[in-house]
Structure formats: structure tokens, C-alpha cells
Design a protein around this ligand. Structure first.
Ligand code: UDP
Ligand code: MG
Length: 319
């Protein structure tokens, strides 16, 4: 039986924390009764520098509820960092973790299916949103546009309609801990690990209390990380722009020669026309070349592991 940790980030969530804890507690007890998880499984709340009573509530819950553990971050570090902090803390305490937002908008019944998938040999199980009816229209539309943009920008690993509701085994967490980058976008990194993965349906419901903590600024920041942390395509695009400029300058050169021969051109016009496009193209080309090197430096400084070993065939335990 696996010891499960349910990791949940909380930022100013005093309105929803008590009812979420009640629901998670009865779920844990049900799964213990069904012998799907060990009795010492637990909930790990990550207080992400809340300014309300969230942390004192977590502390009280820890006193009264044997399943509740908590960590508190010194300042608001954002959803992704809060999840990472929780996962890295739980990694050494449990066999597997599930991350879920503490407003419990995700489908709690999916958790049992995630554990079943783990028993079948999957290290990572993604909750995939089946119905987004509870999400505001604008959020639904921007989400679809964003997935498309990511794809076009060459971010290959994204799981469509999956947010951060997922199951991860300890060995996958160990591997994840080797990804030391600061601009975290977990939805992109975790599929990169390459461990066997499955998906389960996740029917989203409405927030029962409190308001969304994902401000527009935080959402845009996440979207930007979702592209720039996984793709150097935007910086390489400068090269294509420069090729377009130089091609236009060649067309203009033909037009200029024609104008000179037919006597249509004003004095000095030809050299100005040509140099604007040609010099512009050369400048862009130079920036593009610098961009290629910057892209390489960017990839290097992230110091991601070059490979993840998933299986080993050997009789030697110390390999
Ligand atoms: N959250 C966090 N730090 C932040 C913002 C949000 O830990 O800076 C948590 C929040 O408490 C919640 C989860 O991230 O558990 C998702 O936020 P929310 O439910 O407000 O986002 P939405 O569902 O509206 O996208
Ligand atoms: Mg929410």
C-alpha cells in the first residue's frame, strides 16, 4: 500500500480551507478503508505567504486533525513554486504525491483512479479537464488559444487541458528535483521526465468559497513562462525576419535599377531606398545571430539533466 501525500498550495484561502480539509479527510479515510493507501498518508498544505489567517488555520488543523501537515513560505512565491516546495518536502516522506489546488475545484473522485493507475505501473497521472463549464468564458477561450500558441512555438510536451492536478511517484519526483530552473512551468517539465504516464478525467466544479487568486498578471506571467521556458523559437524568429528584409531589399534593388534606367528616379532616392531595407536586414541578421547564442546560453544555464534513465537491466544493485 502506498503512503500518499496530498500537496495543496494555499494563498489567502481562509474562506475555503476548513471545508476543503473536511472533504480531503473523508477521502483519505475512505481510501484507507478500501486499503488503497497507507494509514499514515497525509495532506501537506503549503502556505504561500498568505496575508490572512490561512497559516493559523493550518496550524490549528495540524493540532486537531492527524492527517494535516503544513509548511509556510516566507513570502508569496507563486503557485508553481508553492507546489514545488510541497512536492520536494513530501518527496522524502511519502511514496507518491498528488497536487491539487486547495479550493478543490478538481474532481476528488479522480484521486482513486490515479492511485489505481499507479498500481498498473504509471508513475505520472494527469488530471485532464473534461468539462470546463465552471470556468469563466474568457478563461476557457484564452486557454484554448494558449495551448495552440504553445504548440506553434514548439513546446511539444504539453498535455492538453491539464493544469496542475496530478499524481507523481517518488522516483519521478527524484528526477524532477534535478531540474533546477527558476522559471518554473511544471506542466512543461513533468512530461519531459518521460516516465510512464496516464490520464484520468477531471470534471471541474465552481469555487465554493473565496475568489480566484490567479490575477491577470499572475496568469500572464505563467503563460510567458509556458512558452519562453521551453522554446527558443521566438528569439530564432529574428533570423526569419532578417531574411524577409533582405529579400525585400533585393526586390527594391530591381525596382531601383528599373527606375534609374527609365529616368524616373530622383537624385539620391535609390541609395536611400536600398540602404533602409538592406541595412535593416543586416542589423536584424546580426541580432538574430546573437539571439542564437543567447538561446544556447539560456539552455545551458538551466542545467537540466541531459537524460532521465527510466529502466535498468542489471544484476548489480549498485549500478
Ligand atoms: N495560489 C498560490 N499562490 C499564488 C496564487 C495562487 O499558492 O500566488 C494557489 C491558490 O491558493 C489555489 C491555487 O493556487 O490553491 C490555484 O489558485 P486559484 O484557485 O485562485 O486559481 P483558479 O482556479 O482561479 O485558476
Ligand atoms: Mg481554483
Amino acid at each position: 500500500m502506498i503512503k500518499l501525500a496530498i500537496v495543496s498550495p494555499c494563498y489567502n484561502e481562509e474562506a475555503v480551507l476548513l471545508q476543503s480539509t473536511t472533504r480531503l479527510t473523508s477521502l483519505i479515510e475512505e481510501l484507507i478503508d478500501k486499503k488503497k493507501i497507507a494509514q499514515n498518508s497525509f495532506i501537506l498544505y503549503v502556505n504561500d505567504g498568505s496575508k490572512d489567517n490561512t497559516w493559523s488555520l493550518i496550524s490549528q488543523l495540524h493540532q486537531t486533525n492527524k492527517y494535516v501537515k503544513g509548511i509556510s513560505l516566507g513570502q508569496n512565491s507563486g503557485h508553481q513554486n508553492a507546489i514545488m516546495a510541497g512536492m520536494m518536502t513530501a518527496k522524502d516522506l511519502a511514496d507518491a504525491i498528488i497536487t491539487i489546488d486547495c479550493d478543490l475545484q478538481d474532481d476528488l473522485t479522480a484521486i482513486e483512479r490515479m492511485i489505481d493507475a499507479y498500481a498498473e505501473g504509471y508513475d505520472v497521472v494527469y488530471g485532464v479537464k473534461k468539462s470546463r463549464q465552471a470556468d469563466p468564458l474568457l478563461k476557457r477561450l484564452t486557454a484554448v488559444a494558449f495551448y495552440k500558441l504553445q504548440k506553434q512555438m514548439g513546446v511539444k510536451t504539453i498535455i492538453y487541458n491539464h493544469a496542475d492536478f496530478r499524481f507523481i511517484s517518488r522516483r519521478a519526483l527524484e528526477q524532477l528535483s534535478l531540474y533546477q530552473e527558476r522559471n518554473l512551468y511544471l506542466r512543461g517539465i513533468i512530461p519531459l521526465l518521460g516516465f510512464p504516464s496516464a490520464t484520468v478525467d477531471d470534471v471541474i466544479s465552481e469555487r465554493t468559497a473565496g475568489v480566484s487568486k490567479y490575477t491577470l498578471k499572475k496568469m500572464l506571467g505563467l503563460a510567458l513562462d509556458g512558452i519562453t521556458s521551453f522554446s527558443v523559437k521566438p528569439i530564432h524568429a529574428i533570423i526569419y525576419l532578417s531574411i524577409t528584409f533582405i529579400a525585400i531589399s533585393l526586390l527594391i534593388a530591381i525596382y531601383v535599377i528599373y527606375s534609374l534606367i527609365s529616368g524616373l528616379a530622383e537624385h539620391g532616392w535609390a541609395s536611400i531606398m536600398l540602404s533602409i531595407w538592406f541595412v535593416g536586414g543586416i542589423i536584424l541578421l546580426s541580432i538574430g545571430v546573437v539571439g542564437i547564442y543567447v538561446g544556447k546560453i539560456y539552455t545551458e544555464v538551466k542545467r537540466r539533466p541531459r537524460y532521465n534513465i527510466e529502466k535498468i537491466l542489471s544484476d548489480d544493485q549498485n549500478i
